[in-house]
Design a protein around this ligand. Structure first.
Ligand code: SAM
Length: 284
């Protein structure tokens, strides 16, 4: 076990600093303070981040951290931390790691016992979720689906039975194909497209998957798609006689009743509480 008391040690720190997803006023004072305090800022695109930093009058050494050079830039950042330098990781917009580079360096910096400290700030997923009108929790943030139709549909099939609100990122030139796939595979549920969040043309399209599939062509800008979780009872057709037999077989093999229920719940995907209720009801 590794325990990190973020501000009670002298170890070098990797700060995870969110940057605005549109409205520059969402750059927090703490983000500016931390970026001014570190030795090096690692970013996706030195030109994009260079402009942001110039706007806030921050002058620091910039190094690039991208998915295609993740191995070598992770090594580079770990070396800097190893030399006692503090590093901030930013992405082009929003949170690093959230559909942006950073996973590897965070995992490895944490594993090596450096401080990994997150700052609060903007991320499209949460802005979209809280204003969508859909159930806010539980939710599943999926991010981008594969661009190939087969792969996209395969992933959507995986999520079809999930009861939680599903959240996707998509590029404007693929939104129509995405919505067609969603309609075909998830069916006509409540759906929201949140577009250009925090910007002057911010827009929410709230309706059903079918309505939005019919009206999304030509939508421009950055967008988040939120789709209501599955509200059908996927277990309603389950044969409870069979489940009871499975539980009884496990008990006959020496498991306690609760162990047997846990095992059968794991094997069948039936919620454990539901199985407890069933067994209890049958016994009383
Ligand atoms: N790291 C970012 C975050 O924390 O949200 C996400 C970066 S990802 C490369 C870019 C995608 O995020 C866009 O294609 C869009 O789906 C979503 N996105 C980013 N900014 C947005 C905005 N202002 N409005 C709506 N969606 C946005």
């Amino acid at each position: 076990m590794l325990r990190q008391k973020s501000f009670e040690n002298e170890k070098p720190t990797l700060f995870l600093v969110p940057t605005p997803i549109g409205n520059l006023s969402e750059m927090t004072p703490r983000a500016i303070e931390v970026l001014n305090s570190v030795d090096v800022i690692a970013c996706e695109d030195t030109r994009t981040s260079g402009q942001l930093l110039k706007h806030f009058d921050i002058h620091k050494r910039l190094i690039s951290y991208q998915n295609f050079n993740e191995e070598s830039s992770t090594r580079g950042i770990l070396n800097l931390l190893g030399q006692g330098q503090n590093v901030a990781l930013i992405s082009d917009a929003g949170y690093p790691l959230i559909n942006d580079p950073g996973q590897k360096v965070v995992s490895e910096a944490a594993a090596q016992g450096f401080n990994v400290v997150p700052l609060s700030g903007s991320s499209a997923v949460l802005n979209a979720l809280v204003a969508s009108g859909l159930i806010a929790q539980p939710f599943l943030f999926v991010g981008f689906l594969p661009s190939s139709e087969n792969e996209r549909n395969k992933k959507l099939r995986e999520y079809r039975s999930y009861p939680m609100t599903l959240i996707f990122y998509e590029a404007p030139h693929r939104i129509q194909k995405f919505m067609n796939s969603a309609l075909g595979i998830l069916g006509d549920r409540r759906c929201v497209i949140a577009r250009e969040l925090t910007k002057i043309h911010e827009e929410f399209l709230r309706g059903t998957v079918k309505e939005l599939a019919e009206n999304c062509e030509g939508l421009k800008g950055e967008m988040v798609i939120l789709i209501e979780g599955n509200k059908e009872d996927f277990h309603k057709d389950v044969d409870y006689g069979v489940l009871m037999t499975m539980v009884n077989e496990q008990v006959a093999q020496g498991l306690s009743k609760s162990e047997a229920i846990r095992k059968v719940a794991g094997e069948t995907g039936i919620p454990r509480n539901r199985l407890y209720d069933l067994v209890h009801n049958k016994e009383n």
